[in-house]
Design a protein around this ligand. Structure first.
Ligand SMILES: *[C@@H]1O[C@H](CO)[C@@H](O)[C@H](O)[C@H]1NC(C)=O
Ligand SMILES: *[C@@H]1O[C@H](CO)[C@@H](O)[C@H](O)[C@H]1NC(C)=O
Ligand SMILES: *[C@@H]1O[C@H](CO)[C@@H](O)[C@H](O)[C@H]1NC(C)=O
Ligand SMILES: *[C@@H]1O[C@H](CO)[C@@H](O)[C@H](O)[C@H]1NC(C)=O
Ligand SMILES: *[C@@H]1O[C@H](CO)[C@@H](O)[C@H](O)[C@H]1NC(C)=O
Ligand SMILES: *[C@@H]1O[C@H](CO)[C@@H](O)[C@H](O)[C@H]1NC(C)=O
Ligand SMILES: *[C@@H]1O[C@H](CO)[C@@H](O)[C@H](O)[C@H]1NC(C)=O
Ligand SMILES: *[C@@H]1O[C@H](CO)[C@@H](O)[C@H](O)[C@H]1NC(C)=O
Ligand SMILES: *[C@@H]1O[C@H](CO)[C@@H](O)[C@H](O)[C@H]1NC(C)=O
Ligand SMILES: [Cu+2]
Length: 569
């Protein structure tokens, strides 16, 4: 028996080759009713949330996208490293021109070491509000999960819903220079839940059986908000994040930033008797770290219901209870959760943390203010226009994509002057910074990195306008989050307390409010890779930049050639 199992294992890992899957995504306008109001939303194949993609480690997924809507669009495969293949990464005007109405483009999604949960979403304007879905990546045949095999998997996609058109919310904000309108609801798998008016029947419900094991694949697809998440009466066991495994730990709540995923085990273990509840709220509410910035203060719910035990409608005491979640502004609880994330770092899933670095890049992450320059009054603070920057550069989207310009050596599209450190050192986290610091430089600057260099990026939050937790997302890589702290990063002192043993491997890191986060990765993926805040209002205001990782010498260290039929600008 043992011999057979061993043989199966060997066969499984060595002889079963990677597979390729084919999917069609048709982007279209679809009528959708929420909160008793109907509007048209963009969907994939008429579904909201969109279809889940399934694969095993190392497989390839081909998605033929056809744009049947009346707006430009692109799709990004969030957290997929796409080795040597920036052509299929998706961010509009960074690695491709948009897929125009009536045209299509086939993405070649190359999985490598990712295992767990990732997701896909539109990467043009705020289209991703409704154009998104999950990617489940299983171990190769012959390897197994490093945690108890779940009896069932449940995708939980957290989102944000506006009664009005999301494109208009963005356009209005850019036109007036003010904050965009806050959303009208959060959603769980597309449904706001019964705490909202006129949303009683729009509630996602999960049936569970006592004693079984469930894997919740949690994705934060919200546009502008970090979120707390929890289930009344139940602890959750965190076992993975961003397509990688974690050392398991139990928690009452999760803090998840837009862009991140969390794999959570749920064990329905509540006792039953004549007076116990049979329904529990699954809930999400904002973690809003900025002071004085308006945000959607509501909560979305779904229902966890035990099978075989009907809720007693006569007894109001048996209505579901709400989980105990931290206060909206509870940065301590958000931090407590985040610091518990540690890589599994096992023999089968080692943490390959760069111990030495070739280059440290320090990047300030700031909100900014531009003067009002038009005839209509500006609605930003101090009658200015809101902007945002990395190292004081507010990224300006080019007219053709950076990848095309790099590959075909087209001049005057971008510059290579993204600074290696802040152009000016001040007390980044001081309360009342002088107004003169608010003005950024408007430019399209990238950072060029040599192939295979070991890179450390330190994100330094600043308190300009409003300090806030910023979820910084890097395309093309997952990075080890080796350090994090409050206040100003100290390059002599802070690296001494880095975790170089089992730091979490993530593609999106929440940079603490008024603090810093240090991440490390080896630049072994040649290409053009976007890096930006995953709060879309900040990304739209310029909190973005691009890494260009040069080719190595050998052919297998170089970018793949472009596919045929790349969209043209
Ligand atoms: C934003 O909110 C304001 C105030 O409620 C409203 O007048 C405006 O129409 C809204 N804009 C959009 C695009 O929904
Ligand atoms: C529901 O409607 C009532 C009355 O109009 C209002 O006070 C309350 O804030 C609404 N609740 C939500 C969650 O929108
Ligand atoms: C019934 O179950 C609840 C939990 O759902 C528990 O708190 C309570 O003690 C139980 N009562 C009895 C009589 O077992
Ligand atoms: C959070 O908000 C509450 C209520 O507005 C306030 O009393 C508390 O001081 C705030 N806490 C923090 C850490 O800002
Ligand atoms: C004025 O504002 C518009 C739109 O906000 C912008 O495109 C333009 O570059 C600005 N002009 C100057 C001189 O700053
Ligand atoms: C920076 O500002 C913070 C907040 O006001 C203060 O606590 C800290 O001492 C200042 N640091 C330096 C080096 O002045
Ligand atoms: C940012 O750039 C602007 C425009 O070049 C400049 O005026 C300002 O001093 C810079 N601020 C910082 C903090 O480097
Ligand atoms: C990349 O760097 C690592 C660590 O220094 C080294 O082991 C590896 O051989 C390098 N690869 C190439 C292609 O230079
Ligand atoms: C769609 O993309 C094309 C190509 O970049 C561009 O010329 C056009 O202005 C875009 N349309 C809209 C509405 O943004
Ligand atoms: Cu941000």
């Amino acid at each position: 028996m043992l011999v057979l199992l061993l043989m199966y294992g060997l066969l499984g890992s060595s002889l079963v080759s990677a597979k390729t899957y084919y999917h069609n995504f048709v982007i279209k306008e679809t009528k959708c009713t929420r909160l008793c109001a109907t509007k048209n939303i963009l969907t994939v194949n008429g579904q909201f949330p969109g279809p889940t993609l399934y694969a095993q480690r190392g497989d390839t997924i081909m998605v033929k996208v056809f744009n049947n809507a009346n707006t430009n669009i692109t799709i990004h495969w969030h957290g997929v490293d796409q080795p040597r293949n920036p052509w299929s990464d998706g961010p509009e005007y960074i690695t491709q021109c948009p897929i125009r109405p009536g045209t299509g483009f086939t993405y070649n999604i190359i999985l490598s070491e990712e295992e767990g949960t990732l997701w896909w979403h539109a990467h043009s304007d705020w289209d991703r509000a409704t154009v998104h879905g999950a990617i489940f990546i299983y171990p190769k045949i012959g390897s197994s999960l490093p945690y108890p095999k779940p009896d069932k998997e449940i995708p939980i996609i957290l989102g944000e819903w506006w009664k009005s058109d999301v494109g208009e919310v963005l356009a209005e904000s850019l036109r007036t220079g003010g904050d965009p309108n806050i959303s009208d609801a959060y959603t769980i798998n597309g449904q706001p839940g019964d705490l909202y008016n006129c949303s009683k029947k729009d509630t996602f419900k999960v049936m569970v059986e006592y004693g079984k094991t469930y894997l919740l694949r949690l994705i934060n697809a919200a546009i502008n908000n970090e979120l707390f998440f929890g289930i009344a009466g139940h602890k959750l066991r965190v076992v993975g994040t961003d397509g990688g495994y974690l050392k398991p730990f139990d928690t009452d709540y999760v803090m998840i930033t837009p862009g991140q995923t969390m794999d959570l085990l749920l064990f329905p273990n509540q006792p039953f008797n004549s007076s116990s509840k049979t329904q529990y709220y699954i809930a999400t509410k904002p973690y809003a770290s900025a002071f004085g910035v308006r945000y959607d203060t509501s909560s979305a719910t779904a229902i966890l219901q035990y099978k075989n035990f009907k809720p007693n409608k006569l007894s109001p005491s048996k209505s579901p209870s709400f989980p105990t979640l931290p206060d909206d502004n509870d940065t301590n609880s958000a931090t407590d959760f985040t610091t518990k994330l540690k890589s599994l770092a096992s023999q089968e899933h080692p943490a390959v943390v760069p111990k030495e670095i070739d280059e440290r890049i320090i990047i300030t992450v700031s909100m900014n203010l531009l003067p009002c320059n038009n005839t209509t009054p500006c609605l930003g603070p101090q009658s200015g226009r809101l902007a945002a920057s990395l190292n004081n550069i507010s990224f300006q989207e080019p007219g053709i994509d950076v990848l095309d310009a790099y590959y075909n050596q087209i001049p005057n599209v971008y510059g290579e002057e993204f600074p290696q450190e802040p152009p000016f050192y001040y007390n980044f986290t001081e309360d009342n910074l002088p107004r003169v610091l608010l003005l950024p430089k408007l430019a399209t600057e990238v950072r060029v990195v040599e192939y295979n260099k070991s890179v450390e990026v330190v994100f330094q939050g600043t308190s300009l306008l409003a300090s806030e937790n910023h979820p910084l997302h890097l395309h093309g890589f997952r990075f080890y989050v080796v350090g994090r702290g409050f206040g100003n990063f100290d390059k002599d002192k802070d690296p001494q307390s880095y975790n170089l043993v089992d730091p979490p491997l993530e593609n999106t890191v929440g940079v603490p409010k008024n603090g810093w986060a240090a991440v490390r990765f080896r630049a072994s993926n040649p290409g053009v890779w976007f890096m930006h805040c995953h709060l879309d209002r900040h990304a739209s205001w310029g909190m973005d930049t691009v890494f260009i990782v040069k080719n190595g010498e050998k052919p297998e260290e170089q970018m793949l050639p472009p596919p045929k039929n790349m969209p043209k600008c």
